[in-house]
Design a protein around this ligand. Structure first.
Ligand SMILES: [Zn+2]
Length: 153
């Protein structure tokens, strides 16, 4: 571990200090540059500040369902609305609705939310994001993605 201020190799435990609101791990020579954070003295009692929990390897994120465009079209037509009418209701352009229904574009989260509200449907689902050593798996083929992404029950 190296001191974040002078870059010297830290021997032993080092010191966690707060400099202008951000935490730094520094050597004993640099610890006076900020307020030491490892212990906080309060009313004469020494409290140990707990470290933040490590991020779990699996996270859930919300993703658009595969057939979101079909759901939007179906629900819109069920209500007898034209693309223009639906667009007006969510204060967007009709061309945007057309592109979404044709899957030409992926709608912005705000647009998805408005569509979910007005059509009373769920267009997103929770998916597991598998992380390897804290990194997201990227550049997988479609087959791989299907295997590692399981729907949350
Ligand atoms: Zn230092």
């Amino acid at each position: 571990m190296q001191c974040e201020i002078c870059g010297r190799e830290i021997h032993g435990r080092g010191h966690t200090i707060v400099v202008e609101g951000s935490e730094m791990t520094v050597c004993s020579l640099c610890k006076d540059y900020g307020e030491e954070k490892s212990t906080v003295v309060q009313h004469g009692v020494v409290k140990v500040v707990k470290k933040e929990k490590k991020v779990k390897p699996i996270e859930f994120t919300e993703e658009l369902v595969e057939n979101y465009n079909e759901i939007i079209r179906r629900e819109r037509e069920r209500r007898g609305w034209s693309q223009e009418e639906l667009a007006k209701k969510i204060q967007e352009k009709a061309s945007l609705i057309r592109k979404i229904e044709n899957k030409e574009i992926t709608p912005e989260p705000e647009v998805v939310e408005k569509l979910e509200r007005i059509l009373e449907v769920k267009l997103r689902e929770k998916v597991e994001e598998v992380k390897v050593q804290g990194r997201k798996i990227e550049n997988l083929t479609l087959g791989d993605v299907v295997i590692i992404r399981k729907k949350k029950k």
